[in-house]
Design a protein around this ligand. Structure first.
Ligand SMILES: [Zn+2]
Length: 330
């Protein structure tokens, strides 16, 4: 083995160990940020018996494996979520660095990508758990994407040789998916919803009758009551459904960081996998219990993470496929 191979393997091992430590911190973020708890407060203890956890039982991935997912003091099961997030972060970090020749491309760009993926992991699990995204993590992703675009435009090429996203790709990416999402989520869907929703239709029908028809008093009172019930149901459902503002911000940051091609591919991955998930939920749901709305964020973050690896290449292939080959000159 030559020196460069040994160096590369050494760097990848370091990246994995660093990744699982970051993953351990991400677990803390996922559990504490939605609850508004401090990230720095240092008192890890067992969720069941409350026994403080010793430092040697806090080693990412390895401690969980040694303890076989059980508390050392009371034997209660420790959530598999811990080792899932830790190993996932470590593996994604290594895969990200593997895309680059770390010796000649430098470590800056792959490291920035890893920091972005770390934020995506937190957003995905947060949204899955609580159906909400914390603003601080969305801000982190946006600022990191902005910083990356500035750094890769300003620094001499030899530091960021591996970066294949141009400033234009990033700026188009900022809007490519976020603006359509904003339009669908906040303009088109509420508009269509307004015409197909039974409660909204009922409100309009009753208002019209009350206005135009001469009705007996008891009939009018009955209608007034019905109007109140339907109006309350409308209010309960809210104006918007489907996408939230968090999804829009997430895709803006994702596009700025990964370029418009990856953002578009990510949106496709999310919509297709989300639709499959919804179909499965519907098929398995009880007839008396309607399907609850589910968070779309995990699908968007999974799409962004996957497309950070092959989004640009996949989109280029697709564009090539669409482009009619030029007739070769004689
Ligand atoms: Zn315990």
């Amino acid at each position: 083995m030559d020196f460069e191979t040994i160096m590369t393997i050494g760097i990848l091992v370091m990246v994995f160990l660093f990744g699982i430590c970051i993953g351990s911190f991400l677990n803390v973020c996922i559990f504490r940020l939605p609850a508004g708890e401090s990230l720095t407060k240092q008192n890890s203890h067992c969720m069941t018996c409350g026994a403080p956890i010793k430092w040697y039982d806090l080693i990412p991935v390895f401690s969980w494996l040694i303890l076989r997912g059980k508390c050392r003091a009371c034997g209660a099961k420790i959530s598999g979520r811990y080792i899932l997030v830790e190993s996932m972060t470590g593996i994604l970090f290594v895969l990200t660095f593997l895309r680059f020749d770390v010796i000649s491309d430098g470590l800056i760009y792959p490291a920035l990508l890893c920091l972005f993926i770390a934020g995506l992991i937190v957003i995905g699990f947060e949204d899955y758990d609580t159906q909400e995204m914390t603003v601080s993590v969305l801000m982190y992703l946006t600022l990191l994407a902005f910083f990356t675009r500035v750094i890769t435009s300003v620094l001499p090429l030899r530091f960021t040789r591996g970066c294949d996203i141009s400033l234009e790709d990033g700026i188009i990416g900022l809007f490519a998916v976020s603006v359509p999402l904003l339009f669908f989520g906040f303009v088109l869907t509420p508009l269509i919803y307004n015409f197909i929703d039974e409660d909204r239709k009922a409100v309009r029908r009753i208002r019209k009758r009350l206005k135009t028809e001469k009705l007996p008093v008891n009939e009018e009172q009955k209608l007034q009551k019905a109007l109140e019930t339907h109006a309350a149901a409308v209010k309960e459902k809210g104006m918007t459904f489907g996408f939230g503002m968090g999804d829009v911000m997430l895709m803006a940051a994702g596009g700025l960081m990964l370029g418009w091609k990856s953002a578009v591919v990510a949106a496709f991955i999310a919509i297709i996998s989300g639709a499959v998930y919804a179909a499965v939920l519907k098929a398995r749901a009880d007839t008396d219990k309607p399907v609850r709305a589910f968070a779309f964020g995990p699908f968007l973050t999974a799409g962004l993470i996957l497309s950070s690896f092959f989004g640009t290449q996949l989109m280029d292939l697709y564009i090539d496929f669409l482009t009619v080959p030029a007739i070769p000159a004689m």
